[in-house]
Design a protein around this ligand. Structure first.
Ligand SMILES: [Zn+2]
Ligand SMILES: [Zn+2]
Length: 357
């Protein structure tokens, strides 16, 4: 089987990967398309505790084999794959917080692959840079006729962005919502808010992002100036576009986070979903924040797959969410390096790998 492996120094494509047999309750999925997320790129350091690893956590594919006891699915069914696999038994699961399960995020290493006889780890319970994966049946969601390149985005970009606005941001009609960072997650935060009736102000340091932001429903665009201090940037934003009820911060840049914490109105909410560099710190303006405000940080926008994915898929199918225009670049697995470079440069909203090419 083919797949892309990160060994700590390079990302290389091998056709000698093997996958372990499936167990009861599991399903083997032939991956058709995989999104590439900035979180995958962030993992490509020499310091990952578990190496080598197959990255990739946005998958759509076709069921290839069903494990014992799996019901409700058939070989050939088309699915998108969620990353969350709550164990149901740990302290967090038992008290009704499966999203905080300790093994939910794939932090507990598993090694479903081998390369030349040596174990290769999975990532985020998915590893969609491989041509085939083993997942729990509970991770699967039917996509029917939704094209796989769109369906692949449900598991991270779409669910994280849309739910950051709707679930954590609790965006209502008439809210002024600023979305910082117009990338794969940002465009979904924009459309999640705009289609709830909010007035959305998109903020990005790249002027080319204005057209994309407006395409997904932003009513205004502010060109961020990273050389401004955060107090000045926040004051300009609040004066020009305020009061800001909710900020969804998708960039992870410390300056942007500090601007977000300063520009929201009293009682407003700041949702932090961007990945910051390791060791980053941001300061909170206590004199204003203490009068009322919420900071909410999460990895997944507060999405719960069982509750949210079927609805997101339905909204994509009937056009209430625009997924087609997020698919801005598709590469073969052999060209994954070029796909990553395009995503890093910001020239595409979402880069995908097509395992069928
Ligand atoms: Zn992601
Ligand atoms: Zn658990």
């Amino acid at each position: 089987m083919r797949g892309a492996v990160w060994d700590g120094t390079s990302l290389f494509v091998s056709d000698r990967l093997t996958l372990r047999p499936i167990a009861a309750g599991e399903v083997r999925v032939r991956v058709l398309r995989s999104g590439i997320c900035h979180s995958d790129i962030a993992m490509m350091t020499p310091h990952l505790p578990v190496l080598p690893v197959v990255l990739g956590h946005e998958a759509a594919g076709e069921i290839a084999e069903l494990g014992a006891g799996v019901e409700g699915w058939a070989v050939g069914d088309r699915v998108t794959v969620g990353t969350q696999t709550p164990c149901g038994e740990c302290r967090e699961c038992r008290r009704g917080e499966p999203h905080n399960c300790d093994i939910n995020w794939g932090f507990v290493p598993s090694h479903p692959f081998t390369l030349d006889g040596k174990p290769v780890a999975s990532f985020a319970n998915v590893s969609s840079f491989a041509g085939e994966i083993v997942v729990k049946a509970s991770q699967l969601f039917a996509i029917d006729d939704l094209p796989p390149e769109q369906a692949a985005l449900i598991g991270c970009a779409v669910s994280t962005g849309v739910c950051a606005s709707r679930v954590l941001g609790r965006v209502r009609a008439g809210d002024n919502v600023a979305v910082f960072g117009v990338g794969g997650i940002g465009v979904n935060a924009i459309q999640g808010a705009a289609r709830n009736g909010a007035h959305v102000i998109a903020v990005d340091a790249n002027p080319a992002k204005e057209a994309v932001a407006r395409q997904f429903g932003a009513a205004a665009f502010v060109l961020a100036n990273p050389s401004l201090d955060s107090a000045t940037a926040a004051a300009m934003l609040a004066e020009g576009h305020g009061p800001i009820d909710v900020v969804v911060e998708c960039s992870g840049a410390v300056g942007a986070i500090e601007t977000a914490l300063r520009c929201t109105k009293r009682g407003g909410r700041v949702v932090l979903i961007g990945m910051s560099r390791p060791g980053s710190q941001a300061s909170l303006p206590l004199d204003s924040f203490v009068t009322g405000g919420e900071v909410i940080a999460t990895m997944n926008g507060g999405a719960l797959p069982g509750r949210d994915y079927p609805e997101l898929i339905a909204q994509a199918q009937d056009g209430r969410l625009n997924l087609a225009d997020q698919v801005s670049g598709v590469w073969s697995l052999d060209q994954i390096g070029e796909a990553i470079a395009a995503l890093k440069s910001g020239e595409v909203t979402r880069a995908l790998v097509d395992h069928e090419r």
